[in-house]
Design a protein around this ligand. Sequence first.
Ligand code: SAH
Ligand code: SF4
Length: 365
Amino acid sequence: MTDKLNLLDLDLDGLVEWFAARGEKPFRARQVMRWLHRAGVSDFEQMSDVAKSLRAKLAEEACVRWPAVVRDSVSTDGTRKWLLDVGAGNAVETVFIPETSRGTLCVSSQAGCALDCAFCSTGKQGFNRNLSSAEIIGQLWLANRLLGATADGERIVSNVVMMGMGEPLANLDNVVTALRLMLDDHAYGLSRRRVTVSTSGIVPAMDRLREECPVALAVSLHAANDALRDRLVPINQKYPLRELLAACNRYLDAAPRDFVTFEYVMLDGVNDTDGDARELVAIARQVPCKYNLIPFNPFPNSGFRRSPAERIRRFAGILQDAGIVATTRKTRGDDVDAACGQLAGQVLDKTRRTRILQPARELGQ
Ligand code: SAH
Ligand code: SF4
């Protein structure tokens, strides 16, 4: 089974090429892609308009594999979180956030993360490995199945944010393949504006994303000057603010939106003074942007506290008075540890525990 090609690893170009090598026409690849991603069918026998001989060939040489769900939790606010087994003791999480006008899926790109931002529990876990394209797109594939999507029905997942575990731009090739599938009309058909990549600021990879698959961009700013950002987001030592802001402006030339979203975690007494807000105003004069303030989500031994609500309001007010759009992210799903930055904290422990208590729930795999 493991030596077979996992078809979820291929975008349309890849699938067309794979079919061509077997003497099959491109329209066959499109047909199979629709079965896989639109209809969510993994059994080749069910692909009724695919020739029997081709179905047999597919069954012999290929497979459709997605990560197994080891835990499925629903928060009191409707946020749903799946813990996924990605092998060798690694687990990642996918979070679905339902809202009245949209449904957002927060997707992971790596098991762990090497970038070690000071306030992030994924960072504290260290880097385990990159997810494959199949494991990344598999999260959307699974969410559609588990949320009851139908092939021609309304979209339940209308937006995807690459804001789960890991740094997407440190796993660019696999992320780009998955993004192309999200956008492809034969697969998920999401508009570029509704797919967002969040990065801590790996400048050369931002340029590559712009060339290879420009989608909406969020940048984890978290500090308004290099001295503080060097400490909070260590990748800043390699790509300081001046270079990061220039990369944002280059990105905007190709982006589907005309602004970058700057994420800014509110850390009590660390980055939340009026002076910090004024420095953010200066940054907004250099890059067309919106600010998304994220109240810090605590985890054990983080060493940080969330800024008080009143401080966050005043901070946002300074930005808004300067004519800048600044929203404060609502904390969703924190009762199931699904809020930003809480995703990894207890994964390993919980994974081991749930494996014992609860057999992996699998979708007929
Ligand atoms: N690696 C990417 C995307 C994943 S994190 C990045 O850093 O952008 C998604 C967002 O959650 C980032 O802005 C990240 O900095 C933020 N975050 C991390 N830990 C957090 C915490 N404990 N509380 C609130 N936000 C956090
Ligand atoms: Fe990695 Fe993002 Fe966490 Fe930083 S905030 S350690 S880049 S996942």
